[in-house]
Structure formats: C-alpha cells, structure tokens
Write a protein that binds this ligand. Structure first.
Ligand SMILES: [Zn+2]
Length: 462
C-alpha cells in the first residue's frame, strides 16, 4: 500500500525545495518525491494526507547523544563550569544507576528524540544494551557506540577483552535499524595502547568508532603541556602521563584512530592542520554547539568544517549539558555562532578565516544529510528521494512564532524548534504523531525517571 504525505513545502535536501510537494512511501522506502499533483497522478490508488502549512524534511539526525544520561538533565549545573568536577559527578552518579534505571533513562531520551523529529542517533553509551533496547522499542534508527574507558596502559589488554565481549553480546540486539559501534571515550580517559587496540578491533570487525576529541581547555593542556586537572586526576590514581606535545587530532592519528574513519564529537580546539588531517582521513565530526557553549568550552569552527568538505553532523550531546535534544535548535545555534565574528576560544577563529558565511541551508544539511554522512548511513537516509529509507519529519510552520514564512529553510532554522514537529517516521512507520508516542507509556516512564533522579540526589560524591 502506498501512502502519500503532502504539505506546503517539501525539502528533499539533495534537491531544491518543492512548493505544494508530496512524498510517496511504500513499505519502508520512499518511492516518489515531487509536486503534489504529479505524485498523486503517479499513484492514483494511494492514501493521500495533507499537512497544510508544514515542511516535510528528511528525519533529523542527532549525531552525538548519550540517551542513558537523560535522567541527569539539569543535575550538574552547579559543576558545569569545572569540567573535571562535572565529569566526576556524572561518573559517580552513573555508577549508582541499575540496568533498569539506565533503560528508563535511555527510553525517556528516545521519547524526546522521537518527539523532536529525530529519526537516527549516534549514541555513546556505557550501557549500550539498554540504549539499543530503548531505540528498538521506540522504533528509532541509530548506531549505539559501546564506551570503553581505561587511562592506565597496563590495563589496556584487559579492557579490550572486556569491550570485545560486550560487542559480541550486543550483536544479538542488532536490527535492521540499530547497529553497534565502539567508543574509546576520550584521549584523557583511554590510554594510547588501548586506543590503538580498539582501533584495530573496529577495523577488523568493521565496527563504526566514535570518540570525544578536542573538546576542552583541560584536554588541550593535558595533551600539549602535560598539566591541568586531567593530569592531576591520573597522578592521584598512580598513573604516569607524559604529554605528547601535540594536538588531540595528531595524537589520534599517531595511535591509529583516524584509520577507522571515526566520528569525532566536538573538535573545538582544532587548527587548520588538524582539519586537513580530519579531511584526509575521511573522519566525520559531530558538531555540538549548545553543549560546547553551556559547558563553557568554546565555539567549534563550523564554517571551516564545511569549507574543508568534512562530513559534519549536529549533536545534542547529553541533555546533562544542553538541556534538550532539539536538532532544529542545535542548527540555529550552529548558524548563529558561526556568524559571530570573534577570536575567542577556537584556534581557528582568526580574522582571516576564509569562509565565514553559514546559511540556514548549511545547518539544515548538517542536521540531516551531514549527520547521515558522518554516521556512514547516507546511502539509506538523510535525503528525500526514491530508493531512500522513509525516514522523515513533518514540521508545522503555521505558528504565531513562524508566520509569515518567507523561506521554508530559514523558517525551520530561525523560527522553529522540536516543539513544532508534528510527525516523525522511521522506515515507513509513524513513531510520533498527534502529540503521542504510542510504543511506550511516557507518563509511567517519566515518573520512574523522577524516582531515579531522587535516588541520584542522595548519592555521596566523596
Ligand atoms: Zn558526549
């Protein structure tokens, strides 16, 4: 049975916007995109539904999330300008969560994503099994990257064996929509030998790899100067650290990580050489402008990512540092920050920055097709065209805060947010519609989440 969804605008992303457009869907796939009259004429038997003054776009891609941390929304705001203290409190609180707690938290995050028009996530998780289960239950698409930690080089082998066992077990939970990946957490939490071993594992098993990279000043001084809170933290645990004196990106290249074409989250402290290295390695970037700003880490050079032709998607990061999973808002921040001309934070923000013009269409591309590319899924998603998977979002554009609409891409990026999404579809299945997510009991999950949060508030941080 073919279904046709039409609206005032259809934005295929790989083609120009279509006014009075329509998308025809059969089973899991898109079978036609074009002017409403043409699509209806092509499939006269199809069920046709019109959404009025709205835009149909490819499903939004959240290229960097931590669904399991949804319960920590607003939990770490007293610590968020001290990254080491923030990470420490987060780690201690996460250890206090049971497997069921993590599932509830991830499920609440998946509900938020579905309601926001997000159809695909690149989710980094210490409890990948629960995050995969949450995505599967909601009907979302995604890659769940099992996190690996271990700053002590002596334990690298042991930690690798643990990760390999986790991946073997996770394979059983893979579906057509949800796949497994690996995530060595960050250069300051995973030793160099462990980074190299995980990279080899990823290459051997064709596993996607993501990691946090070049995110904070604390990380920069750890890598370049060998001082700061991360160095002190290792010393307190009896772990020696000799700074390599190079940037995070060059360090990742040295230890084989870039050979896996990784997805790198953040990339704030990167210079032109780093960007060339990323470009040449075909790595992707998850640009997280709101999280970067909220934690006071700085402004990543989004315009330069685009100018270098790097596959860049947008990520919310965890809602503990955001506080929402709202990729339209993320795209708005990406555009506005890129237009702010200043020399703060990023090593790239020199006055002679060669490309500084970022338009709403650039951010919308990153929010959809760019994210799909960064996750290596662009052969299936990220554009509305025949043969692609039917992953889409319909965004109402008739609100008082949106009208009159001059240009649909500008209205989406500058006037709209997750709250304007009216329908989310993954692989031809409506997972959010009429303000409801039917796959789960949202109220019950949110009350359970409230109880978990109350428990976390009592956890000793000593
Ligand atoms: Zn993150």
């Amino acid at each position: 049975m073919t279904s046709i969804y039409s609206s005032r605008w259809v934005l295929p992303i790989t083609d120009s916007p279509i006014e009075k457009g329509a998308v025809a869907i059969a089973d899991q796939s898109i079978v036609a995109v074009g002017a409403r009259a043409d699509v209806v004429a092509k499939f006269p038997e199809a069920r046709v539904e019109d959404f009025g003054d709205a835009a149909i776009i490819p499903g939004l891609v959240n290229a960097h999330s931590h669904l399991e941390l949804t319960v920590m929304r607003g939990f770490l705001e007293a610590e968020e300008l001290d990254f080491f203290a923030w990470l420490r409190k987060l780690t201690i609180a996460r250890l206090a969560m049971t497997a069921d707690d993590l599932l509830v938290s991830a499920s609440c995050g998946a509900i938020e994503a579905a309601r926001a028009g997000v159809t695909c996530l690149g989710d980094a998780s210490s409890a990948a099994r629960q995050s995969m289960q949450a995505l599967n239950t909601l009907g979302l698409r995604g890659i769940v990257f099992q996190e690996s930690f271990g700053p002590d080089p002596k334990l690298a082998n042991e930690n690798l064996i643990k990760l390999r066992d986790q991946i073997d077990a996770l394979r059983a939970f893979e579906t057509d929509l949800v796949k497994t990946g690996v995530s060595p957490h960050a250069p300051y939490t995973v030793s160099a030998p462990q980074l190299a071993m995980i990279s080899r594992l990823a290459s051997d098993q064709k596993l996607p790899l993501m990691m946090h990279a070049a995110e904070s000043e604390a990380e920069r001084s750890f890598m370049v100067e060998g001082r700061g809170p991360f160095v002190d933290g290792l010393k307190a645990r009896g772990i020696e650290w000799t700074a390599p004196g190079i940037s995070t990106i060059q360090y990742l290249q040295r230890h084989g990580v870039l050979e896996t074409r990784p997805l790198l989250a953040h990339c704030i402290n990167v210079d032109d050489d780093d960007l060339t290295t990323i470009e040449e390695s075909a790595a992707g970037i998850a640009h997280c402008p709101k999280s970067n700003a909220k934690l006071g880490h700085g402004r990543a050079p989004f315009a330069k990512f685009i100018a270098h032709g790097i596959n860049v998607g947008l990520g919310s990061d965890s809602v503990a540092s955001n506080n929402t999973c709202d990729i339209l808002e993320e795209a708005r921040f990406a555009t506005l920050f890129a237009r702010v001309s200043s020399m703060d934070f990023s090593l790239c923000n020199k006055p002679n920055e060669s490309q500084t013009e970022v338009y709403a269409t650039d951010a919308l591309f990153a929010a959809t097709r760019g994210g799909a590319r960064a996750l290596g899924l662009d052969d299936q998603i990220g554009a509305l065209k025949p043969g692609m998977q039917a992953d889409l979002a319909i965004v109402n554009l008739s609100g008082a805060h949106q009208t009159p609409v001059n240009d649909p891409a500008n209205a989406l990026i500058f006037s709209s947010s997750a709250r304007d999404v009216i329908l989310t579809m993954v692989a031809g299945k409506e997972i959010f519609r009429d303000n409801r997510v039917d796959a789960v009991d949202q109220d019950a999950l949110q009350s359970k989440q409230g109880r978990i949060r109350a428990k976390l508030a009592t956890v000793s941080l000593l």
